[in-house]
Design a protein around this ligand. Structure first.
Ligand code: FMN
Length: 172
């Protein structure tokens, strides 16, 4: 199913907490009602589907590479994400993705908790992601990685402190 993105924004209110869980591949195993409502799908349409069903073409690949590299290493990730709705619209969130384990330490699932993005963060992240996407159109992630690193350095951080930098931007 191919969706044509539009500039219709769906509002995430300050009280919304959007939750979903995924298996090892990132397929959706659970989501709360607001997740389905915002994306514009029924539960039946999304359960067992990959999270990439709501991937927006404006999202840089390098952000998802960072997400998966860290999740696979057992680390949390905090990142801004623009998601695509079934009607072509979009919504922005600040996501915190964690790896949940069973009492015996084995993998249980991935859990993403998302809140609305702060207005100030939007003014920083939207142009950054545009720049990263443009670079990826030309030269893939080899081209966007140095730009992301330069941005993090400008913010006083590095890839190692990505989450802290994103949290700081969200709070700004
Ligand atoms: C728990 C969890 C939640 C995720 N939530 C989203 C999301 O809201 N939007 C999104 O585009 N990708 C999300 N992803 C990442 C997707 O699995 C996928 O990597 C991404 O959409 C990029 O798609 P691609 O890897 O096919 O390019 C999530 C992954 C996990 C494990």
């Amino acid at each position: 199913m191919s969706i044509t993105p539009t500039d219709q924004e769906h509002e995430v209110t300050s009280v919304d907490i959007i939750v979903s869980k995924g298996d090892e591949k990132g397929d959706i195993t659970y989501a709360n009602p607001i997740f389905f409502k915002l994306a514009g799908y029924t539960q039946a349409e999304l359960l067992e589907q990959p999270h990439s069903i709501i991937r927006h073409p404006d999202m840089p690949k390098i952000i998802f590479k960072y997400l998966w590299d860290n999740l696979k290493a057992g680390k949390d990730v905090k990142a801004f994400v623009k998601n695509l709705c079934k009607d072509g619209g979009f919504y922005w969130v600040f996501a915190h993705v964690r790896v949940a384990t069973n009492p015996d330490g084995s993998f249980r699932n991935y859990v993403s908790t998302r809140k609305g993005m702060s207005a100030h963060a939007r003014t920083i992240i939207e142009p950054l992601y545009k720049q990263l996407r443009t670079a990826e159109d030309e030269g893939g992630m080899d081209a966007s990685l140095p730009l992301l690193e330069a941005f993090l350095k400008e913010q006083g951080g590095s890839l190692d402190t990505f989450n802290d930098t994103m949290q700081k931007i969200q709070n700004s």
